[in-house]
Design a protein around this ligand. Structure first.
Ligand code: NAD
Length: 480
């Protein structure tokens, strides 16, 4: 996509208008480091203006019926699907993932708009039998107000719609701060939202000076809710800042997903699931496997098959035909992967394949499999966020559940088995918000996405995802 395309916007979006800033920041293509665009660098003043616009629009937007709001969201969904290819191409340029994956993300992202367009019509209240004869009690659901949404770079389109879809459906208005790595994807969505008929001020976008923007959002008493997706450290920081104005919070944070392969698993299916879960988005997903636990009897065969499949991945610029793994997002990400690999090898890990920067240079890294991983290694405790599959060996079910749960995180967990009793036992014992059983890909718009422990608070998607943007009001009517 070139800069003349109508989805290509480098300004900031407020009250239905695109604006410039005195300062800009650079956005680069992670596959080759080339400058893609200079984007408006917003700070305190722009953020405050955006909050005011959102607060004004809230008075009007909350009064629309759910059906009216749903019609705009539905149109926005249709426009995203009409422009699926262009959005995907932009995402590859800005974020680096292979084109096929980028198209998949656009469809996944759009599905939240479609789902919440319908779901808002079902934000039912309640009537409650009163303990007295004089009174009538009922409960209504109302939008929380202005929402701040802070999103990461790894799913630059889906993380935005997964928040603003339900927010807007519920009757809220939003100020979004997209990651400074991927503002163009966010801006392209705002172009389509406007075309879909979203009124001015309902959606506003700022990016640039992260500290100034987030301080303005967090200190504002008009912002009633923060929905954040990103790392656990930043989530904790924002949780502290939300305390001053007691904002409602949804936090989608980091993970340390275990993927357990029991001796009785279908080996080939487990390898297919492992590949999808580990190497998608070059290993840069919050639900990516971080630790493979493989039972003794199947260990060698699994590691060998996984390494065969990983070595066969086509590593290339995401726009190359048949590309299966793109670059890492930036130099810092590459260095973290290198640090985890060298630490693992120094602590007894056995390199089965990969383990080096890729010959394509830049931030490309070889798909890597390490055997004989152990809990002394950094990669057992932190997200590697890269294409490194670390395989730990285990002996029995009780032991592996203890080891899988031995982490402060609890986002996704996976296991492969053919034993139905084990399916129930292990699903219930794993400390995580989501479990894939004989399934490596688990995210969709109809199911609740989110974590436990330090992986976050709240859920996105599903009918629960709407509640995150609604307040519950109880009314007690005495005699009239
Ligand atoms: P990040 O925490 O660095 O950044 C996320 C967002 O927060 C970005 O918009 C960034 O600009 C902003 N930010 C950074 N520092 C900030 C600060 N001090 N104050 C306020 N805002 C700040 O995370 P990232 O590198 O963009 O994304 C990767 C992380 O996100 C991983 O840990 C991954 O697991 C997590 N993630 C979680 C989910 C989920 O649903 N649980 C989904 C995707 C990504």
């Amino acid at each position: 996509m070139d800069s003349s395309h109508f989805l290509w916007q480098t300004g900031w979006y407020c009250n239905g208008q695109w604006h410039d800033c005195d300062q800009q920041y650079e956005v680069n293509n992670p596959a080759n480091g080339q400058l893609l665009a200079k984007v408006a660098r917003c700070g305190t003043q722009e953020t405050e203006t955006a909050i005011t616009a959102a607060a004004q629009a809230f008075d009007l937007w909350r009064k629309k019926t759910a059906k009216e709001r749903g019609a705009v969201l539905r149109r926005w969904y249709e426009l995203m699907m009409e422009h699926q290819d262009a959005l995907a191409e932009l995402m590859v340029l800005e974020q680096g993932k292979p084109l096929a994956e980028a198209k998949g993300e656009v469809a996944y992202a759009a599905s939240f708009l479609e789902w919440f367009a319908e779901e808002a019509k079902r934000s039912y209240g309640d009537t409650i039998p009163s303990p007295t004869t004089e009174n009538r009690l009922w409960v209504i659901k109302q939008p929380v107000g202005v929402v701040a949404a802070i999103t990461p770079w790894n799913f630059p389109i889906a993380m935005l719609t997964r928040k603003v879809g339900p927010a807007i459906a519920a009757g809220c208005t939003a100020v979004v701060k997209a990651s400074s790595e991927t503002p163009l994807c966010a801006n392209a969505l705002a172009v389509l939202a406007e075309q879909a008929g979203l009124p001015a001020g309902v959606l506003n976008l700022v990016s640039g000076d992260t500290a100034a923007i987030s301080d303005a959002l967090m200190s504002s008493s008009q912002v009633r809710k923060l929905s954040f997706t990103g790392s656990t450290n930043v989530g904790k920081l924002l949780m502290g800042k939300a305390a001053d104005t007691v904002k409602k919070l949804s936090l989608e944070l980091g993970g340390n997903a275990p993927f357990i392969v029991f001796d009785d698993a279908d080996l080939d299916a487990a390898v297919v699931g492992a590949m999808a879960s580990k190497f998608r988005n070059t290993g840069q997903t919050c639900v990516c496997v971080n630790r493979f636990f493989v039972q003794d009897g199947i260990y060698d065969a699994f590691v060998q098959k996984l390494a065969q499949a990983a070595s066969a991945l086509k590593v290339a610029d995401g726009l190359t035909d048949g590309a299966e793994q793109g670059p890492l997002i930036n130099q810092g990400a590459l260095e973290k992967v290198e640090q985890h690999v060298s630490d693992a090898l120094a602590k007894g890990g056995k390199l089965i394949c990969g383990g080096e920067r890729h010959s394509l240079g830049g931030t490309f890294y070889q798909p890597t499999v390490i055997a004989e991983a152990n809990e002394d290694m950094l990669l057992a405790h932190e997200e590697t966020f890269g294409p490194v599959a670390a395989c730990f060996r285990f002996h029995d079910e009780a032991e592996v559940i203890k080891r899988a749960n031995d982490t402060p995180f609890g986002l996704a967990a996976y296991f492969y088995t053919q034993d139905l009793n084990r399916v129930f036992r292990v699903s219930e014992a794993l400390e995580s918000g989501m479990v894939g059983v004989n399934a490596g890909i688990i995210s969709n718009e109809v199911a609740p996405f989110g974590g436990v422990k330090e992986s976050g608070l709240g859920r996105e998607g599903s009918r629960i995802g709407l509640d995150e943007f609604l307040e519950t009001k109880y009314v007690n009517l005495g005699q009239v």
